[in-house]
Design a protein around this ligand. Sequence first.
Ligand code: ZN
Length: 897
Amino acid sequence: MASYPLSKTYDFHEVEPRLYEWWETSGYFTPKIDQDTRPYVISMPPPNVTGELHLGHAMFISLEDMMIRHSRMTGRPTLWLPGTDHAGIATQLQVEKYILRTDEVTREELGREAFIERTWAWKEKYGGEITQQLRRLGASCDWSRERFTLDEGLSRAVREAFVTLYEKGLIYRGSYLINWSPGLKTAVSDLEVEYQEELGTLYYFKYPIEGSEEIIPVATTRPETILGDTAVAVHPEDERYKPFIGSTCRVPILDRPIPIIADEYVDREFGTGALKITPGHDPADYVIGKKHQLPIINVLNPDATMNEAAGPYAGMDRFECRKQLWADMKAAGLTLREEPYAMQIPRSQRGGEIIEPMISTQWFVRMETLAEPALQAVKDGRIQIIPERFTKVYFNWLENIRDWCISRQLWWGHRIPAWHCTACGEITVAREDPVQCVHCGSNSIEQDPDVLDTWFSSGLWPFSTLGWPEETPDLEYFYPTTMMETGYDIIFFWVARMIMMSLEFTGMIPFEVVYLHGLVRVDKGTKMSKSLGNVVDPLQFVEEYGADALRFTLLTGSTPGQDTRIDPERIEANRNFANKLWNIGRMILGTLDAIPAEVNSKPEPTLPDRWIRLRMNEVIGDVERLFTGHQYGEAGRQIYEFVWTEFADWYLEIAKLQLAEGGARAWVTAEILVKTFEACLRILHPFMPFVTEELWGHLRGACNHHPARFKPSESEWGDALIIAHWPQPDPYVKPDTQVFEIFTNMQQIVTAIRNIRAEKSVDPRRMIAAHIGVGEHVMEYKALSPSLCSLAGIDPTRLVIESVLEDLPVDAIPLVVRGVVIYLPMAGMLDLEAELKRLMAELGEARGQIDRLNALLESPFSQRAPESVVEKERERLQSFQATVAKLEAQLKSIQDP
Ligand SMILES: [Zn+2]
C-alpha cells in the first residue's frame, strides 16, 4: 500500500469545481505587470448577457483558455479579459417576454424608463449565469477586470467614439432605404439579413398606356409594391418598347400616372423586359430612382401594414394586400399570368420574418474612410488572419463596404447622444448631456429616441475594456492585444469593425492575430441555433463526462475555419483518457514506496529509458512548433498518442520490469517515470487543466514526501501546475537514430508476435518459443530480452537472439519485420481441440444466420419492405457467406496441416 495513495477512480465532479475556486482565489488569473516583458492578451468575445452556454461558447472558451494557459506557463504576463454584451435586440425581446409572462404588461404599457429599469433588474438577476457557466469550463480569465458593454466606462467610450465620428463628419443622419424588420419594428443592418432561396410566384400584369389602347407588360414577385411604383423602366435599345419611352402609364387601381423611362440597367431577358420602379421598397429601384430623380413613395407602416399611400388597401397586412390587389386587378382585366418562381427571400436573422426594404431616417457611419486603413493593416501583415483564406473574404467585404446603419428603434442599449431642437430643428451632439440647443440656445430639446447597434459598442471592445478614452496603465501596458479568437461567422459584424474602430481611435491595431474557429454543428452539418431546436447543452456533457473531456474533444476535433461536429462518443473516449491519466498516476505513485531513499551509484539508463527521454523531448519540441503555427488540435492529438501509446502502453510496461529489479535500477526508473509524467502533465495542462492539476499536486506531494525527493526536469516543484514552466526541449538530449531504430524494431516484433498469437488463438498465459535473427546490434537486442519476453509472451529459456539464425526451427511460423527475421515454433503450442471447438461453434452460428436470412428474403418481406432495407439484409447474407468460407478454410488447415 503506497503511503501517498490516489483514490481508485478519478472523480471530476469533486475535483473540477474545487480546483477552479482554488485557482481563482489564489489570484492565478490576474497577471503581474512587468514593464520589461510584452504581455500576451486576449479580449474575450463577450457572450450575450442573456445568454445560456452553448457549444459555440464552449468552443471559444476551450481554445482561448488553452492559449492563455500556455502563454501563462511560458512566463509572459498573460491577461484574458472577460465581459458580457448587453445584446440590444436579444435582451429586449427576452425581457419583453418575461414581463408579459410574469406581470402581463407589454413594453409599451410599462413605458421606456420603467422598462429599462426592469431590464437592469433582470440583468442583475440572470446576467451572472453565463459567467458562472464559463467558470465551469475552466476559463482562467481575470474576473477582477470583467466588463459589461453598458457599464459606466464603456458607455463613456461609446459616447466619445460617437461624438468624435460625428464631429469628423463620419456619422450622419439621413433618409435612406434600409432593411426594416416589421416584427422587431427596427432597422437592421445588412449583416443581420439572411437570404434564403424560397419558392414564390412571379406575377405578370399590364400597365395601361395613357392615350392609347396599348399596354406595357410587367412582372413582379411583390404585387403590393405596385402601389408605390413611380416609373416603368425599359432598356433604351429594346425594340419592343422603344416607342413607349417618354410616354405615361397608369398604376393599376390607383390610376396614378407614372412615366416610362429608359435605363441601361434594365435586363431585356428578365421577365417581360420592362421593369416597374419602386424606389421606396427595393434597393436597385432606389438607385434608379435617385438617378432619374423619381419621387419616393412609402406604402408601408412600421408593422408592415399598408399606409394611406396604398389608397383603398390602407390598414391591410402586406400579404393580405398582395392577394386582394391581385384579385382586384384580375377583375379589372389588368393581369396576364402567374408562374412559380424561385427567389432569394430576405429574412431577419433574429426574428425570421421577411425583411422589407424601406425608406427611413436613420443614423449611418461613413465606412469608406474607415475601411482603407483596416485593409492596409492586413495587407502589410501587421494583422495576420488564420486561416489565411479568410483574408480574401475580409478584403472583398472592405473593398465593397456600404455605410453602416447604426440606429436601432429599441430601448435597451446606448442611447444616441443627439438632441433635436424643437425650435430650430437642428441637432446637438455632445459628450455631456446638453441643456440647450447649441444652434439657437433654446431649452426645448429632446434626445433622439434611438439606441446604437450593439456592434457599435463591441467594436470598441479591445481598447474600451482597458480604460479608453482615459489613458490608463492597463491601456498603456496591455494594448494592443495579442490574439483575437472568434468564430468566422462574425468576421464582418465584429472583427472588421474592431480593426476599423481601433485604427481610428487609438491609431494602433487592436490585435496581432485573428484566429477564426469553425462553427460547432450537430447532425448533418446544420448550424446550431435556438430556432432550429438543435442546441446541445454543453453543461450536460460537462455533467456527464467532465469539463476536461469536453474541452479536449473540441480542441482536438477542430481545425481553424473548419466546422466541427460534436460526437458524444468522442467525449466519452476523452473522459476515458482522463481516467487513463489517473491510472498512470496511481501506478507511478504506487511504486514510489519500494524505491530506496538514495543510491550509491546510478546505473546507465537502459535503451527504453533513453528512448522515452528522446521521444518526450521530441514531443515537447513538436508541440511547441505546432503551437507557434496555431495547429493546436494537432498538438493535442500528438500528446494524446504519446501519453497513451508510447508512455503508457510501452514504456510503463517495460518500467514495471525495471522497477521489479529493485535497487539502483528501480531508483533510476522511478526518476524517469516521475520526470516524464510530470512533463506530460505540463504540456497537457492547457487542454485538460483539471485532471492534470490534480495529478500534478499528488505527484508533487508524493515526491516531496519520499526521501529521494524526485524533481521535475529542469526545475523545482512550484505552487501549482497552472503557473509551472512550459517545458522546453532539453538541449543535452541529442537525437539518437540507433536507439529509435532498435526500440521501434522491438515494438514491431512484439506486435507481430502478438498478432500471430491472437490469430492462432494461443492461450495468453502460454509462453512460446522464438528465434530471432536481428542482424546488427545483437547485444542491444539481448539486453531487451526481458521486455520482449514479457510483452510478447515468450519463454525466456526458449528465446534465441542471434545476428543470423544458424539452426532454423522446424514447424515454425516465419515472420519478417523491418529486416528482422523471426521464427515461432508453434507445433504443439496450439490447443487444437479448443481451436476446433471454437471454429465449429462460429461456423454453426454463421450457418444459422444464413438460413434465417435466406428464409427472410424468400418471404413476402422482400416485396413489402423498402428497397434499402431489403438491400441491407442481402448485404448481411453475403457477409455471413464470406465468413463461412473463411472458417471452413481455417478448419481445413487445422485438421490436415
Ligand atoms: Zn435650436
